[in-house]
Design a protein around this ligand. Structure first.
Ligand code: COA
Length: 166
């Protein structure tokens, strides 16, 4: 009798090409455990909570894409940079890994830019590890400009985007 590996079932049996719908909205307290992504970010529980508290104070925003009550993507925004007025810092930018490369991150970036523009910010900045080639390509596309003379450039690259009022 043929082993399983010798049968046709060793090959892919079919393909699923599915559409996902997610709502982009601010983080709620009930989202906090989901942001740990089933343990992957459990060690970040404290910073997740602190950032949520910063959002409650008006110092930060946690923008999420939520599908079936699960946060499939996020961008956190620091609204209180003291060194650069009307400049917001984007961080913790990530898309749930099985859903990467489907345009979700791009839409999140657009949404984050729109939100801060509507709050009167004129510029957004972010940083990325130099070795994170995929993310570097991600930011190079939609009008983000890499800083010149960046003192951190050995390890991290900084990008900025000027936001035109609409
Ligand atoms: C970087 C990240 C947020 C992008 O989100 P995403 O949902 O996968 O991005 P999208 O599908 O919207 O891709 C947008 C564009 O970036 C490009 N891109 C995204 N990830 C890429 C990768 N890993 N390699 C190459 N290109 C990539 C896409 O090709 C696409 O370009 P296009 O619009 O010209 O086709 C996501 O890959 C991620 O969560 N990575 C792990 C965490 C991380 O590194 N975050 C950044 C820290 S600063």
């Amino acid at each position: 009798m043929a082993t399983l590996e010798e049968t046709a079932y060793a090959e892919p049996i079919g393909k699923i090409d599915a559409v996902i719908t997610a709502e982009i909205r601010l983080c709620r307290e009930s989202d906090l455990s989901g942001l740990e992504w089933m343990g992957l970010y459990a060690q970040h529980r404290g910073v997740i909570r602190q950032t949520f508290e910063a959002q409650q104070r008006g110092d930060a925003l946690m923008l999420l894409a939520v599908s079936a009550e699960f946060p499939i993507a996020q961008i956190w925004i620091d609204l209180k940079r003291t060194d650069c007025p009307r400049t917001a810092e984007f961080w913790a930018i990530r898309t749930f890994w099985p859903l990467q490369g489907r345009g979700i991150g791009r839409r999140m970036l657009w949404a984050a830019e729109k939100v801060i523009r509507n709050l009167g910010y004129v510029r957004a900045e972010l940083e990325v590890e130099r070795t994170n080639k995929g993310a570097v390509r991600f930011y190079q596309n939609p009008g983000w400009i890499r800083f010149e003379n960046d003192p951190m450039s050995d390890v991290k690259l900084r990008f900025a985007k000027c936001l035109q009022p609409k």
